[in-house]
Ligand binder design. Structure first.
Ligand code: ATP
Ligand code: LTN
Length: 331
């Protein structure tokens, strides 16, 4: 680890099959920021169990997510890649920070409101405390920057508030993290319901979500069948959520501005436009899938990455945890 680089931290839950939204909102930027920062990427399995998970599926998704991190280009030699539950400091700091966060601020979290609605009468308290664990993740590593999608903005603000509150009482214990939200691709919407975010735990409609490990032909078909409108004009507008979403996907992959994309597609019908979008998506995902399959089948390599990552993360995290324990008065 180079001492002079600032720390970048991010994570993803192994709560299902990763989506194009996860890729464009998170992975892709993690990748492009790798050289500039000292990067730590976590697989947030402690977060995943805030809603019920089948143990064998959780294990499967955890390994797949690790292989996908690597296939998407994250370098396990240069960076720290690890599984959250392998580092006990996360659970310990989360408990401590629970004593420095307020019911009021946690009640305002929109993700909690959305997810708790699906839980019926018995809402797990872990779902309520979820953002405190996320704050612990970030603060343990003295993180400067956290690249995430738009849906995480509120959680990041809370992590900052908790850090500032703690530092105000005990001195400079935590680095105050900044968030990094990409200009394009931070909120990819569902293909069938383009007014709601594409989400990996949305199992209701297969065609609404592009999974990164979907067969490439299936991906092209899902894009072709995506919901648009009937005026056949390719314009980037809130009145045309389906077309706007496809333009966002196209621009996030090609790095073009939306104005440029509108010009490129001037005179195109929706059929030809969808064809062009599916082509860039498929070509972006193809090499990732190829690497993914090779990496996933190399069990010994993955085990080494897991062990190595846990050791590196544990060392850094415990430095901060020791400091925190001392500050609050633990012997
Ligand atoms: P879940 O449905 O289980 O809550 P999720 O698909 O929302 O999962 P997370 O693991 O919570 O995914 O998020 C991982 C990262 O992907 C976060 O940085 C999040 O902001 C980003 N992300 C998730 N969905 C989208 C999306 N539709 N568009 C852009 N970024 C997204
Ligand atoms: N809650 C995050 C995943 C996550 C995370 C983090 C992101 C867990 N810990 C720390 C950034 C920093 C989500 O994206 N749903």
């Amino acid at each position: 680890m180079l001492e002079n680089k600032k720390v970048l931290f991010s994570g993803m839950q192994p709560s299902g099959r990763p989506t194009l939204g996860n890729y464009l909102g998170a992975f892709k930027n993690w990748n492009s920021l790798q050289e500039e920062y000292d990067c730590i990427y976590c697989i947030a399995d402690l977060h995943a169990i805030t809603v019920r998970q089948d143990p064998s599926m959780l294990r499967k998704y955890t390994k797949e997510l690790l292989a996908l991190y690597l296939a998407a280009g994250l370098d396990n030699e240069k960076n720290t890649i690890y599984i959250q539950s392998n580092v006990s400091a996360h659970a310990e700091l989360a408990w401590i920070l629970n004593c420095y966060s307020y019911m009021g601020e946690l009640s305002r979290m929109t993700q909690f409101k959305d997810k708790s609605q699906k839980q019926g009468q018995n809402i797990p308290t872990g779902l309520f405390n979820y953002p405190v664990l996320q704050a612990a993740d970030i603060l343990l590593y003295q993180t400067s920057v956290v690249p995430v999608g738009e849906d995480q903005r509120q959680h990041l603000e809370l992590a900052r508030d908790i850090a500032i509150r703690f530092n105000n009482i005990y001195g400079d214990v935590f680095t105050i993290p900044e968030m990094y939200i990409p200009k394009v691709g931070a909120k990819i919407m569902g293909l069938q319901n383009p007014t709601k975010k594409m989400s990996k735990s949305d199992a209701d409609n297969e065609n609404n979500v592009i999974y990164l490990l979907d067969d490439l032909k299936v991906i092209a078909n899902k894009i072709k069948r995506s919901v648009t409108d009937s005026d056949n004009q390719i314009i980037y507008s809130d009145d045309k959520p389906g077309i706007k979403n496809l333009l966002n996907i196209y621009c996030a992959i090609t790095n073009k501005s939306t104005e440029q994309a509108e010009k490129d597609f001037n005179g195109f019908g929706y059929g030809a436009f969808k064809e062009a979008v599916s082509e860039v998506v498929v070509e972006e995902i193809r090499p990732i899938q190829e690497k993914f399959n090779t990496i996933l089948s190399d069990k010994a390599f993955l085990e080494n990455v897991i062990k190595d990552g846990a050791k590196k993360a544990d060392y850094i995290a415990n430095k901060t945890l020791r400091k925190v324990k001392k500050k609050v008065g633990f012997i």
